[in-house]
Design a protein around this ligand. Structure first.
Ligand code: HEM
Length: 414
């Protein structure tokens, strides 16, 4: 495995406080305290090497806008950048995985991202809106036929974005087992390296076949459009497909399920939203700020850089918490309150700078249609277990709930 670009995958730092001790929706209290005391803080990784943790809104935003902080050493949600104990320390960014532009810097990043911007414009996404609403309605129909309680993750939050991204990319939904199971394995924080490599291998083998089919007989979908482009190698096509498939369903799925849980736990907000569906856009923005399911990202300083009054030395690994930044009282009033009336734009849940989420408009449409349909069709939606028993994804690189058992209407009406 030596030299393979994925071979530096190791578990998330145990040195980083990750315990959701302040509540299921709030940052760990240790992170909040650090942000308020020193928004750019030194951090020691489990292997002893020193880095930085950035938690203040202003510092996080500046960092994300500054390409001297490289995205290369880790591959975003897939990698963590420090060395496994016993391995030699990195002296330069790790090799690139072809096509995985979330883990590239300009100009490599620019070249690949540019190939996709046309497919994800606001206008193209608007054209998809009706289809997304149909997908949501069909899924709600199916849910209504099930015996209660139902698991909202399995029956709604995961299928909706999976169906949509499959349709967009031209991936057969029937193959969802392959990518849902393997991407989920990829996102387990303490997953053994072998397991991660096996999941990655299974996914890339699957995608290699799919990409070959698209090259031979392109259809009307994003992967086919990319396959028509001779400038892209087969390896790049596989990497892009992998990134879009992973980013395109896991994040939104977790937002839908954790968002439903958060609304159920804030009954006054939920009642106001039900009473006035016009509030939906603001509510989605606020839920996105408040929950920041894709919280932790990594960067690597390519030179000495001043940030928030500290000097981040060349070669340092920098850990960023988007959730902590979104809850910074210097940026948002009463930041730990879920307030669907607030104008939450400016939050950092979709990132900032050159890597700003490519799928943000798609994600917004899916969340609006998803929450709108769910609340309209099931006016008595409620948790089927005590809130404290909901299984949280503290063990995953993207936060959310593993299951959300809900009743769709009071059992007495049965
Ligand atoms: C990048 C969050 C949905 C595709 C990102 C980044 C964040 C993020 C924080 C920046 C990563 C960085 O700076 O290293 C989210 C959240 C979502 C969501 C919270 C759901 C609510 C989607 C969807 C797609 C998508 C539906 C579908 C295609 C991407 C891609 C990138 C990205 C391709 C890499 C962009 C680049 O490197 O230029 N996302 N995302 N995301 N996201 Fe999303």
């Amino acid at each position: 495995r030596e030299g393979h670009p994925m071979s530096r995958t190791v578990p998330v730092p145990h040195g980083l406080p990750m315990d959701r001790d302040a509540g299921p929706f709030d940052p760990p209290s240790a992170i909040t305290r650090l942000r308020d005391a020193r928004p750019v803080s030194p951090l020691v990784f489990p292997d002893g090497h020193e880095g930085w943790l950035v938690t203040g809104y202003d510092a996080v935003r500046r960092l994300l806008a500054d390409t001297r902080f490289s995205s290369r050493p880790d591959i975003g949600i897939l990698h963590v950048p420090y060395e496994t104990p016993g391995m030699p320390a990195a002296t330069e960014p790790s090799p690139q995985v072809p096509g995985l532009f979330i883990a590239m810097d300009p100009p490599d990043h620019t070249r690949l991202r540019r190939k996709l911007t046309g497919a994800f414009t606001v206008r193209r996404m608007k054209q998809l809106e009706e289809h997304i609403v149909d997908v949501v309605e069909r899924q709600l129909d199916e849910m209504a036929r099930l015996t209660q309680p139902v698991d909202l993750v399995k029956e709604f939050a995961l299928p909706v974005p999976s169906l949509v991204i499959c349709e967009l990319l031209g991936v057969p939904y029937a193959d969802r087992e392959t990518f849902q199971v393997n991407t989920a394995k990829f996102l387990v924080k303490d997953q053994a390296l072998d397991e991660k490599m096996a999941a990655y291998g299974a996914l890339t083998t699957y995608l290699a076949e799919l990409v070959a089919l698209k090259r031979a007989a392109p259809g009307e979908d994003i992967l086919s459009d990319l396959a028509r482009d001779d400038d892209l190698t087969v390896e790049e096509l596989i990497g892009i497909a992998f990134l879009l498939l992973l980013a395109g369903h896991e994040t939104t799925a977790n937002m839908l399920a954790l968002g439903a849980f958060a609304l159920l736990e804030h009954p006054e907000q939920l009642a106001e939203l039900r009473a006035d569906p016009e509030l939906m856009s603001d509510a989605v923005e606020e839920l996105t700020r408040y929950l920041a399911v894709a919280d932790i990202f990594y960067r690597y300083a390519t030179e000495d850089i001043e940030l928030g009054g500290e000097t981040i030395g060349k070669g340092s690994t920098v850990v960023v918490s988007l959730l902590a930044a979104n809850r910074d009282p210097l940026r948002f009033d009463n930041p730990d309150a879920l307030d669907i009336h607030r104008k939450a734009r400016g939050h950092l849940s979709f990132g900032h700078g050159v890597h700003l989420c490519l799928g943000q408009q798609l994600a917004r449409l899916e969340m609006r249609a998803g929450f709108e349909g769910l609340l309209r069709r099931f006016p008595n939606l409620e948790l089927a277990v005590p809130a404290g028993e909901v299984k949280l994804k503290s063990d995953m690189n993207i936060y959310g709930v593993h299951e959300l058992p809900v009743c769709l209407r009071p059992v007495s009406t049965y």
